[in-house]
Ligand binder design. Structure first.
Ligand code: ATP
Ligand code: MG
Length: 371
């Protein structure tokens, strides 16, 4: 995809509904914690300590609950040892290559009953491990994390299989395509495109809200290629290869440089060796995904001052956003907030869910896809 030229045109639309939102603060414990801390700063020190402890307890309880749930799901979905050739026998041979990456491949398999699966495979030499458990523990975040999630907008992992010849297979629900191909091949009216972008945005925010606020995980590689879409346009976030857990009580840390150029938030380049809140970088990427969906182009190649389009954005943000998101001033105001160069000014995922644009989307789409 190319960068969005400043004069790109998108027809206006007025399709938003105005029904009142029913879910504005759900799964919003971290925001409540923040408020507790804010209020705590106004009261006496001993009271402040109590409130801090209370806030800490809320988060800790949620961590414990999530850990218990994820351990339960882990025990349901441990790495199974199977003889070589098992996957092809159980799920059929690979029929089509869906994607390939640094370490392996994702293939479509159709089992004897005709059910489709997407199976990601990569090589993990047996000689490095003395036991299956050791191999499981050594697997990177992707495998250990993806089995823990339970959300309609996060791809479901059914089984993880280690074939005795050294191949690991992640058996996932199959999605028809990723958002990159969907958007690249889109041949629809501007109004339909906006409708699709809004629906995808709504579901992506739900998925990221679950990750940040329930699973305490940051994705760190949110992009069109890592968003799959089913036939009925249900969004499924995939590829947890860059994901990490974060400490909700101390979210700032040294997270380094990760992600794909057009989606990387500017602070990552400035603070690559320094400390930042990785949740803010996921939020930035959501904004880029929205813009890319509207026009099939990226606003810039990389968010560095050396990039002329990003430079233009720094000096003419307001004007550019008026071109890019001209269909709806409410959407524009949220995207403008999301694309705050200063991460401390960017809304967190809970604040996005409280924005009038998201509330309107929620009133339209919550029946179609509500976690
Ligand atoms: N469940 C799925 N259903 C359909 N297609 C999928 C599914 N999972 C992944 N794909 C396709 O395969 C591509 C590659 O998958 P994925 O993003 O998980 O791996 P990767 O980017 O190659 O891996 P890595 O980033 O770890 O090198 C995706 O961009 C998508 O097009
Ligand atoms: Mg990927």
């Amino acid at each position: 995809m190319k960068s969005i030229p400043s004069n790109s045109f998108i027809s206006p639309t007025t399709t938003l509904c105005s029904a009142a939102a029913t879910e504005t603060q759900r799964n919003n414990a971290l925001q409540s914690v923040k408020n507790l801390f804010k209020r705590a700063s106004l009261v006496r020190k001993d009271r402040k300590t109590n409130l801090k402890l209370c806030a800490k307890t809320i988060v800790q309880e949620r961590i414990i609950k999530y850990t218990q749930e994820s351990q339960a799901s882990r025990s349901r979905c441990m790495l199974e040892l199977q003889p070589p050739g098992y996957v092809s026998q159980a799920f059929g041979p690979p029929v089509k290559l869906l994607g390939s990456g640094t370490d392996g491949y994702v293939n479509l398999h159709v089992d004897p009953a005709g059910v489709k699966f997407a199976i990601k495979s990569f090589f993990c030499p047996k000689k490095r491990f003395t036991s299956l458990n050791e191999c499981y523990e050594a697997l990177d975040s992707e495998i250990r994390m993806s089995v823990m999630f339970n959300h309609p907008n996060i791809v479901r992992v059914y089984r993880m299989i280690y074939e005795a010849n050294g191949y690991i297979y992640i058996v996932m629900e199959y999605c028809d395509q990723d958002l990159f191909s969907l958007i690249s091949n889109l041949d629809s009216s501007p109004a339909e495109r906006i409708e699709l972008a809004n629906y995808m945005f709504y579901q992506l925010v739900q998925a990221v809200s679950y990750l940040h606020n329930n699973a305490f995980v940051v994705h760190r590689d949110i992009k069109l290629d890592n968003i799959c879409v089913t036939k009925d346009h249900t969004l499924k976030l995939v590829d947890f290869g860059c994901s990490v857990s974060y400490d909700p009580l101390r979210p700032f840390g040294r997270y380094g440089l990760t992600g794909s150029d057009p989606y990387i938030a500017p602070e990552i380049f400035l603070l690559a060796n320094s400390i930042y809140d990785p949740r803010c970088t996921d939020v930035w990427a959501i904004g880029i995904v929205y813009l890319a969906m509207l026009s099939s182009r990226f606003p810039w190649e990389i968010a560095k001052v050396s990039d002329k389009n990003f430079n233009l954005f720094l000096s003419q943000k307001h004007k550019l956003l008026q071109y890019w998101v001209q269909h709806d001033p409410v959407a524009r105001s949220l995207i403008s907030d999301i694309l705050s160069v200063d991460p401390s000014k960017r809304p967190n995922i809970s604040a996005i869910k409280s924005h009038p644009f998201f509330i309107n989307l929620h009133s339209r789409y919550s029946n179609t896809n509500d976690p």
